[in-house]
Ligand binder design. Sequence first.
Ligand code: CA
Length: 231
Amino acid sequence: MNSKINILLIEDDKSINTFITTSLCGNGYRVITALTGKEGVSLAASLCPDVILLDLGLPDIDGCDVLKQLRSWSSISVIVISARTKEQDKVTALDLGADDYITKPFGTAELMARIRTSLRHSRTAAPDKVYKAAGLEIYFERRMIYVHGEEVHLTHVEYQLLSLLAENSGKVLTYKFIMNSIWGPYMDSNNQILRVNMANIRRKIEKNPAQPQYVFTEIGIGYRMRENENI
Ligand code: CA
């Protein structure tokens, strides 16, 4: 079923390269590898892969610059795979348009799950009309929200925020991206207004707001909404 899915792996470390290629091929994906950023960019252009796995520490160009170049002409799913664990590195990559970020070392199961998620996103370019997961239902056209069958009333901003996350479920959205999308680029860069609204949403939809099961905090980075099961 996955036989026609092409994955471009841009990674200079030969042992990681082999490990990832072996596990991807074992799962039925076709893999093309590039050992440098330059090679990666040109293969991306000529082959138009379904997903790109991008290492940040490359010998010729920094992975972030590769990402910038890719994003100037392409919306192919890019999952960053990197040993850089600092929050700022993740935020930078996500702000530059990466779809996801996995920190090395990672296991095969995690990698496969992230690839499936990004493939699902690229195939459902039109926003889903309904979000459903673990008892939470959002009907975008009617702007109605239910938790275990009970209707929940959100303010206008709370609704915009929750639906933005739901439409991108499974993906980390950075604070900056969310602030820009909802309040525009001229808003104060501190995230207080976002945190207050998120706390209100959680009070309304989560059973225990301290241990959320719908909207997860990626500390120092942003929020990730539980994957939509209605796809
Ligand atoms: Ca590297």
